[in-house]
Write a protein that binds this ligand. Sequence first.
Ligand code: GLU
Length: 487
Amino acid sequence: MKTRVRFAPSPTGHLHVGGARTALFNYLFAKKTGGTFVLRIEDTDELRSTDESTKSIFQSMKWLDLKWDEGAMPDLSEKGDFGPYIQSKRESDGIYKKYAEQLLEEKKAYYCYCSSEELDEMRKKALSEKRDPKYDGRCRHLSAEEIEEFKKQGRKPVIRFRMPDDGQTVFEDLVHKHLKFENKLLYDFIMIKASGYPTYNFACVIDDHLMEMTHIIRGDDHISNTPLQLNVYKAFGWEPPQHAHLSMILGQDGTRLSKRHGATSITEYEKQGFLPETMKNYLALLGWGTTDSQDIFKKGELEEKFDLKGCQKSAAAFDPVKLEWMNGEYIRQLSKDELFDAAQPYLKDFGLNLDKANPLHFNVVALEQEKYKLLSDVGGMVYFFFQDVKYDEAAIDKILKAPDIETILNGIKKTYSEISEFNDIVLESKTREFAKSNGFKNGQVFHPVRVSVSGSTKGPTLFKMIEYLGKEEVIKRIDKTLSLIEI
Ligand code: GLU
């Protein structure tokens, strides 16, 4: 049987780490098993769903290169034979209503006229009596007269699922193994809201069934929904798909990953300068691993190696330090050309408009490829090549106020102006020669030269940096430094 899986985001915000991990695991599972990856938009929360969120989710999926085979498409078209793939459209087509009516007819669902005040009251009373604050089923057996009376009062009913009172709901989760729920602890959940819109738990079952899903791969925050949903499958006499609930993702303090821990949306990671390949690789390791705990995966390797058997049920810790380390690894793997393209949008934030065809621009960006952890590091490291030097105070105090500074800088200026082959090798040997013959330690010379030309005590490798700046510019900058010292 061909596998069919789906990612079913609710468009109530950007795609966050947990959602992206779910999308990725579904995608990888489909790739690995030669199945179909479907994207369905679950916008039944009329108040919180927005088109911007849908667009943003599409954009992040594209950035992560998670292509889906079927479903709602970014241009709002639909691809596949099981559409519509947006739940609000399915609602207007009457799909959920039809199935709700079937359950009403079969007495497996019922109208509930309770007002929100009554429900609140019920909850409070249950809590004060130390009972489970679930719906007490008071509308399960309304008489025709009572219904008439509620209607007269203008009450708008919801439709509730009639949960079995006894027995158990049991399933074999592909990650969590054997899971068992007492039905009496479940509740008559709302299938259709007073607005006519379906709830998640109902719409999800109808769609997963009609769209012929074979596996449901989602976060384990949905485990408690699964027995409710399995009872709906049972009520219809449908074969449920297999479930795999992915482990929770924790922040560094051991609580569920949330905004408190910093960036959680994929767009934020993109803005910060992470490569999509890094994110994809890192997300794959949140709750999954190979038997030999492989860290870095080559292109296409995850698609080959992913296996639900490698998913663990214990929570995964999100480690920002490891993520940055991994990004550094991925940045080092880029060709100079790829690095330039990837860094380009971030350079603009530093006011740099660099041209790949210009060898200086091209080389400067690649100069410190080994050191970058984020694409946004590039601008800070190289901006001074293209802009006036901004001396940082600490550098001036520490370096430019050292004894003999004028002698050193004047000497270096003379030395450099006499070099005809202005490359890093010649520069290094001439600088060392100057230090030695004038009785200075290398550091006494190297540091002020670095600060003179870049404004900072830290930066790219010194002699390559001087070579790229070029003789004329270097001398101009040393002159400027000298004039600052004289003041
Ligand atoms: N719309 C649900 C969510 O975003 C989907 C859950 C599921 O995969 O069933 O959490």
